[in-house]
Design a protein around this ligand. Structure first.
Ligand code: ASP
Ligand code: MG
Length: 413
């Protein structure tokens, strides 16, 4: 039994006209003789509307009830779409998370999928009885039979997890953009659609804010080796294939440029440089769930050092509050913060085997007089912290420096 999984986002299911276009996409694999699992999001804006309702009723709504409310958005779009399929004479039905069942932990609002129970034969049985199953994205159920949701954008993860569970040939994620781009097209008109991208590159792009796929769905795809095709509902063009890395991908030095403006820099001056001081600084921040990213410690002088790091801009006030309380304990003289910074990254698996990529990026920024405030690197990423007023210039400069605007990314320095 060949199974194709197709997921459609909120803009694709937002009204009857759009759902008719979705129908055309679903009919293609169906007519080719495949069984199809269609995973749908709620109609655009619906999850926000439901969330607002819950917050209007009480200040601090119970998370389990919130999930029960939010999950209705997907329930509606799935049942409506099932109506369209049945009208075509197709054997189809809508399926909710608990009916699959998609089992999750009990972290309401951000639940993690534990497993999709294929062995109990429920899903297999439904697939035998029907040609198309319309499964509600974003939802699951916990061990106490309570409805859970998987976090914003979670329908992507539902789709990839289902594709892994039924060993589907492909997982197509349909959205309102043509695919994954070399950088944000709103920032750089030269941005191009990427044909193929490795899981690790996609993870880096997604964590830097490229919102086409929920990060967890990419983690899932990587873990279970699910090939994901991100493409547009509103055209027939092929989109971007997210897949296991291969040699042709490694030949390309840089695949994409990402940026994150939601950053702030914190410096602790004249920290007493003794063993354990970093733990003293960062443990209380971790306890408050503050995500610290780039960290630089200067060489110490007379037993004192400076410690600089970045946090999301929305966490600055809390970071300052936590650290100022501990000033005496940690032993620093002064805390300063800068909210006008942004992070720019060049991303590419090709960096693993090529040297000089970072140097080229630094030179390109230098030629435009963009000052680099901090640098961090990983195997497949170089990140620079810069003054945020230069974000657009830096993105365009780096995009050009690695020939991403020409559609033939640089393969050699
Ligand atoms: N409807 C949910 C949201 O807006 C899940 C999704 O669309 O993927 O986040
Ligand atoms: Mg989405």
């Amino acid at each position: 039994m060949n199974i194709v999984v197709q997921k459609f986002g909120g803009t694709s299911v937002r009204n009857l006209e759009c759902q008719r276009q979705v129908l055309q996409k679903v009919l293609r694999p169906y007519r080719e003789g495949n069984k199809v699992i269609v995973v749908l999001s709620a109609m655009t804006g619906e999850t926000n509307r439901l969330l607002d309702l819950a917050n209007e009723w009480t200040d601090n709504p119970d998370p389990a009830e919130v999930d029960s409310i939010l999950s209705t958005g997907e329930q509606v779009s799935c049942a409506l779409f099932a109506l369209l399929l049945k009208q075509q004479g197709i054997s189809a039905r809508s399926v909710l998370g608990f009916q699959v069942p998609i089992r999750t932990d009990s972290t309401f609002g951000k639940a993690r999928i534990i497993d999709i129970d294929v062995d109990n034969n429920k899903l297999t049985k439904m697939l035998k009885e029907h040609d198309i199953l319309v499964v509600a994205g974003f939802q699951g159920c916990d061990e106490n039979q309570r409805v859970t949701t998987l976090g914003r954008g979670g329908s992507d993860t539902s789709a990839v997890a289902l594709a892994a569970a039924v060993k589907a040939d492909i997982c197509e994620i349909y959205t309102d953009v043509p695919g994954v781009f070399t950088t944000d097209p709103n920032m750089c008109t030269e941005a191009r659609k990427i044909d193929r991208i490795a899981y690790d590159e996609m993870l880096e792009m997604a964590s830097m804010g490229a919102k086409v796929l929920q990060i967890r769905s990419v983690e899932f795809a990587k873990k279970y080796n699910v090939t994901v095709h991100v493409r547009s509902t509103f055209s027939n063009e092929p989109g971007t294939i997210v897949m296991q890395e291969d040699e042709t991908m490694e030949a390309v030095l840089v695949s994409g440029i990402a940026y994150d403006k939601d950053q702030a820099r914190i410096t602790l001056e004249h920290v007493t440089d003794t063993p354990g001081v970093s733990a003293q600084i960062f443990t209380p921040l971790a306890d408050k769930m503050i995500l610290v990213d780039m960290i630089v410690q200067n060489p110490s002088k007379d037993g004192k050092t400076d410690m600089t790091f970045t946090v999301p801009r929305s966490d600055v006030q809390q970071t300052i509050k936590v650290l100022e309380k501990l000033q005496y304990e940690i032993g620093f003289e002064k805390l300063s913060s800068n909210l006008n910074v942004s992070k720019i990254s060049i991303i590419g698996v090709g960096m693993r085997n090529h040297s000089g990529v970072a140097a080229r990026a630094f030179q390109a920024l230098a030629d435009e007089n963009v000052n680099i405030l901090m640098i961090s690197t990983s195997e497949i990423k170089v990140t620079c912290l810069i003054d945020d007023k230069y974000t657009e210039l830096a993105v365009r400069t780096l995009h050009k420096a690695f020939h991403l605007d020409e559609g033939e990314p640089l393969e050699k320095l």
